[in-house]
Design a protein around this ligand. Structure first.
Ligand code: ADP
Length: 603
């Protein structure tokens, strides 16, 4: 691990979530490893005493030390384990919060960006399936600590063995033993690295096939697709895709297992050989009188442990190396810059609500897109005005709103709020100026009141009046638990399923509750029945009050109450004016759209 390597960076980040985690890891590992050595050491002493002088007092002392020592180790180890588990949970919880906060605060263009979505999917899926990434890194550090403690404890015993062996005078035998052990361990290390490299690709294949299979399971699980599956009998198609993905996964898994089995044979042979050699040497030294027969177990345990530790060290480092690309992905996600948050200017809180927004020669291309979604848009409007934005599908209406709300920044030109480029404002403050109901708005499976207020602390009166204003009053009266009724059944079996039109009214109430100077409605009545639509329009002025309303629709009849209408075509504003002005322009787009729709009502 180089300095500033991704692994060091990731460890520093994880450490910041729970600083005591690593210290506790060392302590709990020490106590977990201490017990076998303690027993190994004392049982050898007891056997040597029984074979040797058989001193009763010494034997009683040794037995007492063994029993009490084991008890103390078990108690301290148990406490440390509990504290460690608690800290581990805390670390993962804080890490999840950090990760989710990153996702929730990503600049919107990155949230939509397929590469970022792919990166996020890779991180979550591979960590779920094979613990790759932060978890494998933490596990590896856990192993490293364990191995190190094991090696240190074993070495303490080992020093005693070497002193006794050298004292017995057959030092050439020690050199031979050391050479054989070093040779076999070197083979293990070399072979483990080679094996990890060879296994790397096959296990990555298995991960990918599991990710694909999981994705299909997630889709099957999603009850939103249930209707279409039943109506179009897509169950067979889905099962075919699922079986295909399952077969691929099975095949990749079998390939991995058989490769692992074949690759493991030399390691197993080397392990058995190592053990046999160690036994022979330690027994030979015991017979030569270097130490008592009881010490055989102790010293065999030591040599085996040291050899095992060396092999394990390299195996863990190979794991860390193999896991590094996953850690890099993990960090890359946090490294995605947040350019939306660079502004610091506060938005002037104006009692007179005199805000105005201006688009100055704004053009915009979606990331990766070839063509412009908006071209040379120039428009200015101030609080209190009613602006309708009309145009055919794909003409750029929603993009115009997304830019105004700074979900994206313009590719060219600038957008000003009260004469200042909106990039200069503090992002949260700027967003507070807008209430938006997008066409594809989302409600959450939370209680109704929390949906409207977008929070858990809310003003009950204000929630209720916003719901009444948006036309949800009657339905609210029939809700079993009023504004506390949960929506949908994802988290609560008593949740209420609301219709598309009802959901749209709730979304409108959410916008009204926010009470921002600008209210933007993207096809706000698309899911409403004609009567509900009429109700909303007839009291639109009352609902919107003195706010600026920007209203997007391709239903031109519903835009007539607006002071200004901007007609979008092919990413440009091609006309603007009042309904009467626009409809009288015989060559204009508005008139074409107006009559195209009007014919259905007039014929
Ligand atoms: P409207 O709201 O008028 O139906 P949009 O503003 O949604 O139109 O779309 C304008 C153009 O931008 C269309 O050509 C559409 O395909 C394209 N577009 C919209 N969203 C995206 C996106 N996230 N990525 C790439 N292109 C997009």
């Amino acid at each position: 691990m180089r300095k500033n390597s991704p692994n060091i960076r990731a460890l520093k980040l994880l450490h910041s979530f729970c600083p005591s985690y690593f210290l506790l890891l060392v302590l709990k590992s020490f106590f977990a490893k201490l017990s076998p050595y303690f027993n190994l050491y004392l049982s050898a002493e007891i056997i040597n005493e029984i074979i040797g002088t058989r001193n009763k007092d010494t034997l009683i002392t040794l037995v007492l030390v063994t029993v009490l020592g084991n008890f103390a180790i078990a108690v301290i180890g148990g406490i440390l384990n509990r504290v460690f588990n608690h800290k581990e949970t805390l670390l993962y919880q804080r890490e999840a919060q950090y990760y989710n906060t990153k996702t929730l605060t990503l600049d919107y263009d990155n949230l939509e960006n397929p590469e970022v979505r792919q990166l996020r999917r890779k991180i979550t899926e591979s960590s779920k399936i094979n613990f790759h990434g932060k978890q494998l890194l933490l596990n590896s550090i856990g192993y490293l600590v364990n191995i190190t403690i094991n090696a240190v404890l074993a070495l303490i015993l080992g020093i005693e063995m070497f002193v006794l062996m050298f004292a017995s005078g057959f030092s050439w035998l020690i050199v031979l033993l050391a050479c054989l052990i070093v040779g076999l361990v070197a083979f293990n290390v070399w072979y483990s690295f080679r094996q990890k490299d060879k296994m790397g690709q096959v296990s990555r294949n298995v991960s990918q096939t599991m990710i694909d299979e999981n994705r299909i399971d997630n889709a099957i699980d999603c009850y939103n697709i249930g209707k279409d599956v039943r109506l179009y009998r897509q169950d067979k198609l889905i099962m075919k895709i699922k079986n295909y993905a399952f077969d691929l996964h099975k095949k990749a898994f079998r390939t991995m297992e058989s490769k692992r089995y074949k690759l493991n044979i030399p390691l197993t042979v080397a392990g058995v050989l190592l053990e046999a050699i160690i036994y022979v040497f330690v027994c030979v030294y015991a017979l030569l009188g270097a130490f008592g027969i009881g010490s055989i177990i102790k010293y065999v345990g030591f040599v085996e442990t040291i050899a095992g530790c060396i092999t394990s060290y390299f195996s863990v480092f190979a794991d860390i190396k193999y896991n590094t690309p996953f850690v890099e992905d993990y960090l890359a996600y946090f490294d995605i810059p947040q350019k939306m948050y660079q502004g610091s200017l506060t938005v002037e809180k104006r009692d007179d609500n005199e805000y105005y927004v201006e688009f100055k020669d704004v053009s915009f291309k979606y990331p990766g897109a070839e063509t412009y979604a908006l071209r040379h848009v120039n428009i200015k409007f101030k609080v209190g005005e009613r602006l309708a934005v009309v145009g055919m599908n794909g003409s750029g209406k929603t993009t115009f709103i997304k830019l105004m709300c700074r979900l994206y920044d313009p590719t060219e030109g600038e957008i000003l709020l009260n004469g200042v480029n909106i990039k200069k404002y503090d992002y949260d403050e700027y967003l507070a100026v807008f209430s938006v109901v997008f066409q594809d708005f989302k409600l959450f499976s939370f209680p109704l009141g929390e949906n409207v207020a977008a929070g858990t602390d809310y003003d009950t009166e204000k929630v209720t009046s916003s719901l009444r204003q948006s036309g949800f009053g009657e339905r609210l009266a029939s809700m079993p638990d009023g504004i506390k009724t949960p929506l949908y059944k994802d988290f609560d079996n008593n949740g209420v399923e609301v219709s598309g039109g009802e959901a749209q009214k709730i979304a409108l109430a959410r916008a009204l509750y926010k009470n921002a100077p600008f209210i933007i409605l993207d096809e706000p009545t698309a899911a409403l029945d004609p009567i509900a639509e009429y109700e909303i329009y007839s009291k639109f002025n009352e609902i919107v009050g003195d706010k600026t309303a920007i209203y997007i629709s391709h239903r031109l009849s519903s835009c007539r109450f607006c002071d200004k209408i901007a007609v979008f075509d092919n990413g440009q504003i091609v006309q603007r004016g009042s309904h009467d002005e626009l409809v009288s322009d015989e060559n204009g787009k508005y008139r074409e759209l107006w009559y195209a729709q009007a014919q259905y009502y007039t014929e």
